[in-house]
Write a protein that binds this ligand. Sequence first.
Ligand code: GDP
Ligand code: MG
Length: 162
Amino acid sequence: VAPVLAVVGRPNVGKSTLVNRIIGRREAVVEDVPGVTRDRVSYEAEWSGVDFTLVDTGGWEVDAKGIDRMVADQAERAVDVADAVLFVVDATVGATATDEAVVKMLRRKGKPVILVANKVDGPSTEADAAALWSLGFGQPWPVSSLHGRGTGDLLDAVLDEL
Ligand code: GDP
Ligand code: MG
């Protein structure tokens, strides 16, 4: 059975764009509207001859009263079935309270976490990625899911965790 990698993070950080980039075709639904991915979706992927399953997450309703709880519940189900987690953060925004809620859940689960500092489209925003060391998951991997920058190094790091 191929190892399972869950892609988690708050809405609009670029999880589905990253999944599209890794699977190499535009299949996961990407929208500008936060929370557009309705359900968890699994994809077969491969890197350096290693097969794995990617689980995109989303589907949370935007509920002003309970969004932190909804994000945590959704991410939790994906993490429970995963061998490792790609935790995606928008480096251009920095760590938000919702990101911190995901951090707490991931600490409880104890699965290996690879921290993706997404939307680092060029060298001028590398410093935004470095700021995410503060999340406590080790090295933030600077990536542009949109353009593909840094995704090879990220996937090499992923294979080290599987
Ligand atoms: P999700 O809700 O986390 O799945 O986020 P999406 O993948 O739907 O992306 C949300 C928005 O961020 C879309 O407009 C994407 O085009 C944009 N986006 C995703 N990755 C990047 C990136 O690396 N750089 C930039 N500039 N925009 C990105
Ligand atoms: Mg999505």
